[in-house]
Design a protein around this ligand. Structure first.
Ligand SMILES: NC(=O)N[C@@H](CC(=O)O)C(=O)O
Ligand SMILES: [Zn+2]
Ligand SMILES: [Zn+2]
Length: 436
């Protein structure tokens, strides 16, 4: 029995979860189901004041297995995901070996099943070894047990225009999508941070906005030309938001994501030379942050994706130039979205449900019942939900995170909200803020 849940910002209702589905619900004050006669094992929680959201879906997670199990494993990464309210994560392909064959994507998918904290949907590489030279066996990954629908060379840009065109054409047959890490490599060679006044002051080589925007413009034109689906990873500049708005107005199948860190943090943090703030694409300016928030609010940017990028201490706690780019994100994403979007009034909870669960499920090609699993509280709908307590503020401590890595940019910062429980098809994966 779930009591007094407030779904999507509306009036509180009582919701009963049983056998993995919403068994009944009632408006407050009315009589209806109570805890008598419930099936054994039905979860009974005091959920007064909690907000119920559909289980969150992350289109962009780095789990590091196989290859860098010291930084993260499928088990530790999905544990972090469940604690963050996620019920599905898409695992990026830049592992070692690269997830560019049916064998590797099936391995990652099975590790996810074994861990059981959330659903793991492997992303397949676009090119063999992420080398940007030959297309990987996209069809074999699509028809494997892992049923890959999202393909990405993330970490690298598919910079060859003809290869990008061929990839877009190839995935059309099975309604796949190419998720592009938009970075024109010739324009970012040697780059250390956002190109701008802070870089000039610090004397660090700059990563210009145009390196992202040039690829987005090119790929949107290609996607429109061949009639296929393009998804833009980690959009970070105001100009990129404008380009995506333009591509959508053309009617092209272009979608985009923004990370929590690009919604909150700016490039002046680099003045500390703390490599925890090194990320790709780099932290940008306050004007970019404002445009990203506005783009997410009006739906130009379809969804929030964490780009959770764990790195071992030796790769992160080093001098700025030698440190690997990337930040943790799964355990703090909903709190950062609350701070940057909900509290300032850019998004209500229904908007959060769309941008963090429904839209990413649709883009990632999750089976239709899952994608539609939350239009309202409906009897018979699978209970894949997360319960958020919006009231507490908590100081993030790197050492208490479930991730194997420690590279959170929010350490010492106070963030709003706390996940109390996560349910995957009716089974609790997190209860009272702890992994079950
Ligand atoms: N975002 C990052 O800074 N790093 C990612 C790669 C990527 O998302 O491009 C990683 O794999 O570490
Ligand atoms: Zn990337
Ligand atoms: Zn990434």
């Amino acid at each position: 029995m779930l009591r007094r849940v407030r779904p999507l910002g509306g009036d509180p209702v009582d919701v009963l979860l049983a056998d993995g589905v919403v068994a009944a619900w009632r408006p407050p004050g009315s009589t209806g189901p109570d805890s008598e006669g419930l099936p054994a094992g039905t979860a009974i929680l005091d959920t007064d004041g909690l907000i119920m959201l559909p289980g969150l879906v992350d289109l962009h997670t780095h789990l590091r297995e196989p290859g860098r199990e010291d930084a993260e494993t499928v088990e530790s990464g999905t544990r972090a995901a469940a604690l963050g309210g996620y019920t599905t994560v898409f695992a990026m392909a830049n592992t070692n070996p690269v997830a560019d064959t049916a064998g590797v994507v099936e391995q990652v998918w099975r590790l996810g099943l074994d861990a059981g904290h959330c659903d793991v949907r492997p992303v397949g590489a676009v090119t063999v070894g992420l080398a940007g030279e030959r297309l990987a066996e996209l069809g074999a990954m699509a028809t494997s047990a892992a049923e890959v629908r999202v393909f990405s060379d993330d970490g690298h840009c598919v910079s060859d225009a003809l290869l990008m065109r061929r990839a877009l054409e190839y995935v059309r047959a099975f309604d796949g999508v190419i998720a592009q890490h938009a970075e024109e490599p010739r324009l970012t060679a040697g780059a250390q941070m956002n190109e701008g006044v802070v870089a000039a002051r610090l004397g660090l080589p700059g990563w210009p906005a145009v390196a992202e925007e040039a690829i987005i413009a090119r790929d949107a034109l290609l996607a429109g030309h061949v009639g296929s689906r393009l998804h833009v990873c980690h959009v970070s500049t105001a100009g990129s938001v404008e380009l995506i708005r333009w591509a959508k107005a053309k009617g092209w199948q272009v979608t985009a994501e923004v990370t929590p860190h690009h919604l909150l943090l700016t490039d002046d943090l680099v003045s500390s030379y703390d490599p925890v703030f090194k990320v790709n694409p780099p932290l940008r300016t306050a004007e970019d942050v404002a445009a990203l928030r506005a783009g997410l609010a009006d739906g130009t940017i379809d969804c929030v994706a964490t780009d959770h990028a764990p790195h071992a201490l030796e790769d992160k706690e080093t001098e700025w130039a030698a440190a690997r780019p990337g930040m943790l994100g799964l355990e703090t994403a909903l709190s950062v979205v609350m701070e940057t979007m909900v509290i300032p009034g850019h998004l209500d909870w229904a908007g959060v449900a769309d941008r963090m669960a429904l839209a990413p499920a649709r883009i990632g090609g999750l089976p239709q019942p899952a994608a539609q699993r939350w239009s309202s509280i409906a009897v018979g709908a699978p209970a894949t939900v997360t319960l958020l307590d919006p009231s507490p503020w908590r100081v993030v401590e790197a050492d208490t995170l479930a991730s194997r890595s420690r590279n959170t940019p929010y350490a010492g910062r106070s963030l709003p909200g706390a996940i109390r429980a996560t349910f995957l098809r009716g089974r609790p994966t997190v209860l009272d803020g702890k992994v079950v």
